[in-house]
Design a protein around this ligand. Structure first.
Ligand code: TRP
Ligand code: SF4
Length: 405
């Protein structure tokens, strides 16, 4: 059970640098990040080590895509003022935590993660029978836990990895959350809250531990959250004490399911690099036009005079994303009566995509022409991320009995 109230939770997500970002990423992931960055403390990073697990034989694409991907994020509206933007391999604490967590993670947990077998099957041409690939989800757990993130925006395919993270965190807390003299330290911390609050805490704790009163737990957690005069360590101890457990060192995260991107590709399937049906975020307006003009339509409209059915046409899916009711009525009418031609029908979509990409392209151009500024944003993000990650590792090492540095 996660004990940190929602409004104080950190959001963390990562993306593998394996190529150009396209409109599918924009509508599926990036718009969501842009919203989240204003509501929570957000950490967004390039998962370059994760990319290596599958691209270790041809790592060129990783170096190529890393900066470009960050430029795409910035161009799409992810703001370095609101979110930490960084690169996984620049925060070595991810690797250290991965190693430490590997000590307590049963092999079976990793072998059972569905993506392990699925991806090996899907990427048959690659040899993924490696130690690194088996550890992929555990590295992801380290990514999440090193920031004690409460919420992890991911697509459906990644939910199992967040689930594993929860199990690993629970195991870690169970094994190492019981520091020497935990009860005494917890009791001392209770006393520090002041008479009135201490009594309230004890009553609520009793109600929860003895009667399972969930509401009492909620109230007690809110009480703890509002305490100003106890240290963070004491607070965590008291969160753990409340639930009858030890100290919660690594809180369990929740997956924040990103709704499946509704962005259709140029062929009606979901937009995805592997289907080669994408429009990139930096696509030139002429290329946007060309790609959309040559997009297939309802095959029934062989000639201009043949009526068609938008439901059988991938262009209609794009109208659903980009057009208002008036245009959609015009399409329905015009298509079914052969009143409009397909090129005519595509024009409002072409205009809308070009208009949507215009500010993104412009911002991307500004950043590409100023590599120093991009480097500064990345450096700053990496430093800020490291500060948090270092603190977590200090706690983790100590809990695992490693000598403090
Ligand atoms: N595995 C994720 C993907 O392929 C990327 C990723 C790596 C990630 N670490 C993460 C996502 C941590 C969320 C949190 O999409
Ligand atoms: Fe598709 Fe529009 Fe042509 Fe109808 S008129 S087939 S909806 S492109």
């Amino acid at each position: 059970m996660s004990s940190v109230p929602v409004q104080h939770q950190r959001v963390l997500s990562g993306m593998r640098p394996t190529g150009l970002l396209h409109l599918g990423h924009y509508h599926g992931v990036l718009k969501n990040w842009v919203t989240l960055q204003h509501e929570f403390e957000c950490f967004f990073f390039v998962a370059d080590w994760h990319a290596l697990t599958t691209h270790y034989e041809d790592p060129g694409i990783i170096a190529e895509s890393t900066t470009d991907m960050i430029i795409d994020w910035l161009a799409a509206g992810v703001s370095p003022g609101a979110a930490r933007i960084f690169i996984q391999s620049r925060v070595p604490e991810h690797a250290e935590l991965h190693l430490l967590l590997s000590m307590i993670t049963p092999l079976g947990w990793l072998e059972r993660v569905p993506t392990y077998k699925d991806q090996q099957e899907a990427l048959k041409e690659k040899d993924l029978a490696t130690y690194g690939f088996l550890g992929y989800p555990l590295l992801q757990s380290a990514d999440i836990l090193v920031y004690k993130a409460g919420m992890v925006p991911v697509g459906e395919d990644q939910v199992a990895h967040v689930e594993l993270t929860r199990e690993v965190a629970r195991r870690f807390n169970h094994l190492y959350g019981r520091e020497h003299g935990f009860e005494e330290k917890a009791e001392a911390a209770v006393a520090k809250m002041g008479k009135k609050n201490a009594k309230l805490y004890r009553d609520l704790r009793k109600k929860y531990t003895e009667q399972g009163d969930q509401q009492a737990l909620d109230v007690a957690q809110a009480l703890l959250e509002s305490q100003q005069n106890i240290s963070l360590g004491d607070k965590e101890r008291l969160f753990g004490y409340l639930e009858g457990a030890g100290k919660i060192i690594l809180p369990e995260p929740q997956a924040l399911l990103t709704p499946a991107s509704k962005m259709p590709g140029l062929d009606g399937q979901k937009m995805s690099k592997s289907y080669r049906n994408t429009i990139s975020l930096r696509e030139d307006p002429d290329d946007v036009s060309k790609k959309l003009r040559t997009m297939p339509t309802d095959p029934a409209r062989g000639r201009r005079t043949d009526p068609g059915d938008p439901e059988k046409c991938p262009v209609w899916n794009l109208h659903k994303v980009y057009s208002d009711d008036k245009i959609k009525d015009w399409v329905q009418q015009g298509c079914r009566s052969a009143g409009i031609g397909c090129i005519e029908c595509k024009q409002p979509v072409i205009d809308a995509v070009i208009a949507e990409l215009k500010p993104i392209r412009e911002r991307a151009r500004e950043y590409t022409s100023d590599p120093g500024a991009v480097k500064a944003i990345i450096d700053e993000g990496c430093e800020a991320a490291r500060d948090v990650a270092r603190d977590t590792l200090d706690e983790v090492r100590k809990a695992m009995g490693l000598v403090q540095r």
